[in-house]
Design a protein around this ligand. Structure first.
Ligand code: PEP
Length: 251
């Protein structure tokens, strides 16, 4: 199981104590890989404070360097102490107009640079209501997956997929157990088609309003290998029960 927190645009130096509390508490759950994906400005201080705890970025540029004002490269993330990054979060796909092909390039660059990658996919509420969620998200994954040398080097060990229905992010709504199970099974088939046997080892996380009260039910679903957690990752009191639920899950 992998439980990763996404702090989005939250956190300043005043929150380093919270990060340290989470990192310290996570050591008590050896069977769960725990990580926090932080604002770029916090990565170096967080990584310096708890060097053994995985700290990630929330985005990475597809190019290694150059004239890209405001962007962060894979080399910069690694230099700051990050060991992984999110790519393709729906908030970036929507607000920054990132395409599947952009997301694929970012994933390939990150993997080639030695970072782990959590690649996000997910459908809008219109798509869910139209009945085409599985077809849409499967196509999105097919077009976003890394290939070539980067994939050969990073899949499956440094690569995870996060299924995050856009309508479930930050809303308190989640899909039914059957809907999550059907989506994860479909995404597993796409990973097997893309990577052969290695596709079976890629972790598929669920994300969208995960909290202590629903985590155990979500982790009991077949092919749910962890969670990407937004709001409930901002305090140890909210986040650690989710990590504990992952530790208690049977698969
Ligand atoms: C997210 O944005 O990745 C997320 C899952 O957010 P939340 O847990 O707050 O719904």
């Amino acid at each position: 199981m992998l439980v990763a927190g996404n702090w989005k645009m939250n956190g300043t130096g005043a929150d380093l104590d919270t990060i340290a509390q989470i990192a310290d508490a996570a050591r008590g759950f050896e069977t769960v890989d725990t990580a926090l994906c932080l604002p770029a400005t916090l990565i170096e201080r967080a990584a310096r404070g708890r060097p053994a705890f995985p700290i990630g970025g929330q985005d990475v540029h597809a190019e290694q360097k150059g004239a890209h004002t405001g962007c962060v490269s894979a080399a910069m993330l690694r230099d700051a102490g990050a060991t992984l990054t999110i790519v393709g979060h729906s908030e970036r796909r929507q607000a920054q107009f990132e395409t599947d092909s952009d997301v694929r390039s970012k994933a390939e660059t990150a993997l080639s640079s030695g970072l782990g990658v959590i690649l996000c996919v997910g459908e809008s509420d219109e798509v869910r209501e139209s009945g085409s969620a599985i077809a849409t998200v499967s196509a999105q994954l097919d077009a976003s997956l890394p290939h070539g040398d980067a994939a050969a080097r990073g899949v499956p060990t440094r690569f995870a997929v996060a299924y995050e229905p856009i309508w479930a992010i930050g809303t308190g709504k989640i899909p039914s157990i059957a809907e999550i199970e059907a989506m994860h099974a479909a995404l597993r088939l796409r990973l097997l088609a893309a990577y052969g046997d290695a596709g079976d080892q890629v972790r598929i996380l669920y994300g969208g309003s995960v909290k202590a009260s629903n985590a155990s039910d979500i982790f009991a679903i077949a092919d749910v290998d962890g969670a990407l957690v937004g709001g409930a990752s901002l305090t140890a009191a909210d986040f650690m029960p989710i990590v504990e639920a992952a530790a208690d899950a049977r698969h």
